[in-house]
Design a protein around this ligand. Structure first.
Ligand SMILES: [Cu+2]
Length: 230
């Protein structure tokens, strides 16, 4: 895709869907041990001056999210918004601040926020695969209407995820380890997509390309809202 191409909001699914994730996580079998059901809540606050806010609630039992809902407002209007649960065993398990703006450009991009919230462990999309492999398949994420959406989904299984900071060559956390950490209040819900210049589309100017994929605008992937699921 040409660097100068602009992505029309709401019509960018095909392009964004081409982004690939590193390792494909393996599906995990359901745990057989004593289960614990926990209801978690997050208050979502703005990142990158987006003006977004919201709430999230998740009911987690064993290695499954029985139910999750996200209510967000103040987002870039009429735009697809990738949203995930992030978690890293060695992350701060918090939302990032500008202290993590390592290139001092005044924005926290998705990678700069990783020391705070860790990598993606669940893609909170509307249909289909919910593993990190779907993390930027924006055609399956909620689209805001006048800046708001109300998302809910049932029965999302945690999976083994590489790169989550556990001992071992590839840092794989098992579904059980990750689910235990999320139930313990260490998961961070992040909504992405900031139309910085308010021109009604995710465009390359002036922020340039996403650090996650040079074919995507940073506007499409920068974090817009964040909250810890406690
Ligand atoms: Cu994310």
């Amino acid at each position: 895709m040409n660097r100068n191409t602009k992505l029309a909001l709401g019509a960018s699914a095909a392009v964004l869907a081409t982004v690939a994730m590193g390792a494909a996580p393996a599906m995990a079998s359901a745990g057989q041990g004593a289960g614990k059901t926990v209801t978690l809540h997050a208050t979502l606050t703005a990142l990158n001056g987006s003006g977004a806010s919201g709430t999230a609630t998740a009911v987690v039992r064993n290695q499954q999210i029985r139910h999750i809902e996200v209510h967000a407002e103040g987002l870039s209007p009429d735009a697809p918004h990738a949203q995930h649960i992030h978690y890293g065993e060695q992350a701060m398990n918090e939302c990032p601040t500008l202290a993590l703006d390592s290139n001092a450009d005044g924005r926290i991009n998705t990678l700069e926020g990783v020391p705070a919230y860790g990598p993606v462990v669940v893609s909170l999309n509307t249909t289909g695969d919910t593993t990190p492999a779907s993390f930027l398949d924006v055609g399956r994420f909620p689209v805001s209407e006048d800046g708001s959406y109300h998302y809910s989904r049932d029965h999302i299984e945690f999976t083994d995820v590489a790169g989550t900071g556990y001992p071992g060559a590839d840092g794989t956390g098992t579904a059980r380890q990750i689910a235990d950490a999320i139930r313990a209040g260490e998961g961070v819900l992040v909504i992405h997509g900031v139309d910085y210049d308010g021109n009604g589309m995710y465009s390359f100017s002036p922020e340039g390309a996403s650090e996650l994929n040079p074919n995507l605008p940073a506007e499409a992937t920068d974090p817009a809202a964040c909250g810890v699921l406690r």
